[in-house]
Design a protein around this ligand. Sequence first.
Ligand code: SF4
Length: 151
Amino acid sequence: MTGAVKSAIGLGALLQDGIGDTVRVSLAADPVEEVRVGFEILKALGLRERGVRIIACPSCARQQFPVIETVKTLEERLSHIQTPITLSIIGCVVNGPGEARETDIGLTGGGRGTHQIYLNGVTDHRISDKGIADHIVELVERKVAEIERQA
Ligand code: SF4
């Protein structure tokens, strides 16, 4: 974590100024993690698109489902996706609809254990607390297959 932050600051400042053609992140961790952090830096700077870019709120007392745990699960379960796609995971209606309008797939927490799913920025259907991650994974994989068919 500390190494990733330092790399992001050090490399990010150079890359932001257009300096550098290749990136090598060094961490006291599994080399796979170094590659992941390198791609995350490039994605954050808008220099590379790869895989699922998750936009999430920091969560607070208004969250209608456990945002942080859900994002963590989705990051793991969607790590095999290479096709660029955006996904918003937002705990409540304060920021959910706005973020969902800008993403391919969106989830906004709603009351009484039901939450809103958006597809291509438009409200589509509601889901219950049960199986949120399974449902989102299925939606992302379906959308990726659709994007790859059109490519
Ligand atoms: S979107 Fe809602 S749950 Fe998320 S941080 Fe903002 S107010 Fe809290």
